[in-house]
Design a protein around this ligand. Structure first.
Ligand SMILES: [Zn+2]
Length: 618
């Protein structure tokens, strides 16, 4: 290879790592300098944003999120939290009672576009900006912004002095440009949940009292001046002195930090390329956090192997906030839990590194693709960590069944903030989203689901995949047509219910009549156990799939003819007399989320009250 060609190819392959070739994406480069006053919980910030318009469109407006403005009496978040029928107990009416020194705010002091002042209007949690100079396609523009802000008392996710005494959980804290993508602007007001942002690079300097330990998204650049466990050097700080912490975070879509005077800081290596950082208060938590640390490291190893390599060199698990919330390269979790609870939340939030922080779906629109997929992977990882023998997805599937029974279910296409109840949002996003993947494994086969998830990661990392992007990956991987599955299971609340209607002797053979009771059609594995101890799976593909799965789950599988979905019944013949048959079960793997299992078995099982584990969602 000639040298010049090599240099060109090398340069190309560097940029290809963050390729945006499949669909254009905007690009942001943030530089922020923040001076924090721990006496008032207020800070002043200077922000330079270099914004690249990779779209084919000319922009005449831009929008910024001002998330902290949600923590004010009368805000949309406040009113929604008080008027929804099943309020989040962490919020309820707490915002309505905040005094001026307790609220959160982000005030814009000045805004310039390419050096010239701009007019703007603050509308709740969104800054609306009408440009004087248009942003033409494929151009780069600079926005300079000065702001001041106040960290509210801890209500939801961010805030000061949380219930466990962590001084500052600083998330959703700076004016953040809204994402503009192939579907247009996403200037969502901050009402309850879920985020979406522009991929880019952050360079952040935070100056505050030297007695605070800071944990953050990104790599600390001046560890030798900081100390506090970031370096082996013992660095002393004078009382009353202010320290500037300098972090850089490449290829992320947000930046979070936290600060506390009592943080203990542990570092645990996952492997040569990844360090886990743990920040927690040095009280009675030490033992349980120390026990959690190697399990968290093991969780990263399992995820790397099953879902694709975590690409950053660092991840921080930080005590703070009000439960668990995911951010790029870090999470805020509450720390006062037993080992099981602590590992569960640390693992869940860490897995969001894959489903949201690397595969950056628009969470507002597709909360099931980040919460659901995270829950699915969490179930697998926890099952491995604690060497559980039971089906890791069973409780999640039962939680979905309970939602169906409640009558509160809404389609997964519902915007995360617009579900009528918090319960419908939670179970749809976390449980039905997990069921979606588990059941996809039933439709296309476990092997294809596993290879498909890796392919999804590799082809869509650092991008904004949508449901159709995932569908195309799974179709290519399996060779099956899957429109129908996305349309019914994501777009509607149609449910699955198949039953064994009749088993009749037909000469020396046995006819089995299956009926479709639910509105949603599915391919079927019908497993017959014979009295001689052998087993045979009768596999009925759905005609719309235009093919069959190749999964080898059962010792013998007989491929039957397709079932066209409009036929209410389907009959197949077993080549043995009915006296040979011990049992017939529709999908004994129970990956298919049939909402009524009673009619799935022949002879029918004695009736017992359904025993579903309590719904557990986060
Ligand atoms: Zn989550």
């Amino acid at each position: 290879m000639n040298k010049l060609l090599f240099v060109i190819l090398a340069a190309l392959s560097c940029t290809a790592a963050y390729s945006q070739s499949d669909r254009w994406q905007q690009r942001a480069k943030y530089q922020m300098n923040v001076d924090f006053d721990v006496a008032t919980h207020q800070y002043k910030g200077i922000q330079k944003l270099v914004y690249t318009n990779n779209s084919p469109d000319t922009l005449t407006k831009v929008f910024y999120h001002l998330y902290l403005n949600a923590f004010q009496p009368g805000s949309q978040m406040d009113v929604r939290s008080r008027t929804i029928s099943d309020p989040d107990p962490r919020v309820k009416d707490r915002i309505s009672k905040l005094s001026p020194s307790e609220i959160g705010y982000e005030k814009i002091l000045s805004l310039k576009h390419n050096g010239k002042p701009l007019k703007y209007e603050v509308v709740g949690t969104i800054l609306e900006v009408t440009l004087n100079e248009k942003i033409l396609p494929k151009t780069q523009h600079t926005f300079d912004l000065e702001f001041e802000a106040q960290i509210p008392v801890q209500i939801r996710r961010n805030g000061r002095n949380n219930s466990e005494g962590i001084d500052y959980s600083v998330a959703q804290w700076y004016p953040k440009m809204c994402e503009y993508d192939y579907e247009g602007w996403h200037a969502n007001p901050y009402i309850g949940r879920e985020f979406y942002g522009i991929w880019g690079d952050f360079d952040v300097k935070i100056t505050l009292d030297a007695s605070y330990v800071v944990a953050a998204t990104g790599y600390l650049q001046n560890a030798d001046k900081i100390g506090y466990g970031y370096t082996n050097k013992d660095v002393k700080h004078k009382a009353g002195e202010k320290l500037t912490w300098h972090f850089i975070a490449p290829e992320v879509h947000d930046f979070m930090w936290a600060a506390d005077r009592d943080y203990k800081h542990d570092v645990v290596k996952v492997d040569e390329n990844l360090d886990l950082h743990f920040f927690y208060q040095t009280d009675t938590l030490a033992n349980v956090w120390k026990e959690m640390e190697p399990l968290a490291a093991q969780a990263f190893k399992i995820m790397n192997q099953k879902f694709g390599r975590y690409p950053y060199k660092q991840y921080s698990i930080i005590q703070g906030g009000d439960g668990g919330m995911e951010y790029p390269m870090a999470t805020l979790i509450t720390g006062h839990q037993n080992l099981g609870g602590l590992v569960s939340v640390a693992v869940h939030e860490s897995i969001h590194s894959w489903f949201q922080m690397i595969l950056g779906t628009n969470e507002s629109k597709y909360s099931w693709m980040d919460e659901g997929f995270t829950t699915y992977a969490q179930n697998i990882v926890l099952s491995e960590l604690f060497q559980s023998k039971s089906d890791p997805q069973r409780a999640t599937t039962n939680s979905y069944r309970n939602l169906v029974k409640s009558g509160l279910e809404e389609p997964l296409t519902t915007h995360a903030d617009h579900y009528n109840t918090n319960r419908a949002y939670s179970i749809a996003s976390y449980s039905k989203g997990a069921v979606f993947l588990n059941q996809l494994g039933y439709i296309i086969g476990k092997d294809k689901l596993e290879s498909g998830m890796k392919r999804y990661f590799n082809e869509w990392k650092y991008k904004h995949p949508n449901p159709t992007d995932l569908k195309r990956i799974m179709e290519k991987e399996s060779g099956l047509e899957l429109d129908w599955y996305w349309e019914d299971f994501v777009g509607t609340t149609k449910t699955i219910d198949y039953g064994i209607k009749e088993v009749v002797q037909n000469g020396g053979k046995t006819d089995v009549v299956i009926e479709r009771i639910g509105q949603m059609p599915m391919p079927l594995d019908i497993v017959v156990s014979y009295k001689d101890g052998t087993q045979e799976n009768f596999y009925v593909p759905l005609e719309m799939m235009r093919g069959e799965k190749t999964e080898k789950l059962y010792s013998k599988t007989t491929l039957l003819s397709d079932w066209g979905w409009t036929y209410p019944e389907y009959t197949f013949t077993i080549d043995r007399p009915s006296t040979d048959v011990d049992r017939i079960v529709i999908d004994p793997s129970q990956r298919m989320a049939d909402i009524n299992l009673e009619n799935n078995t022949y002879p029918s099982l004695p009736k017992v009250a359904p025993r579903f584990k309590g719904e557990k969602v986060r």
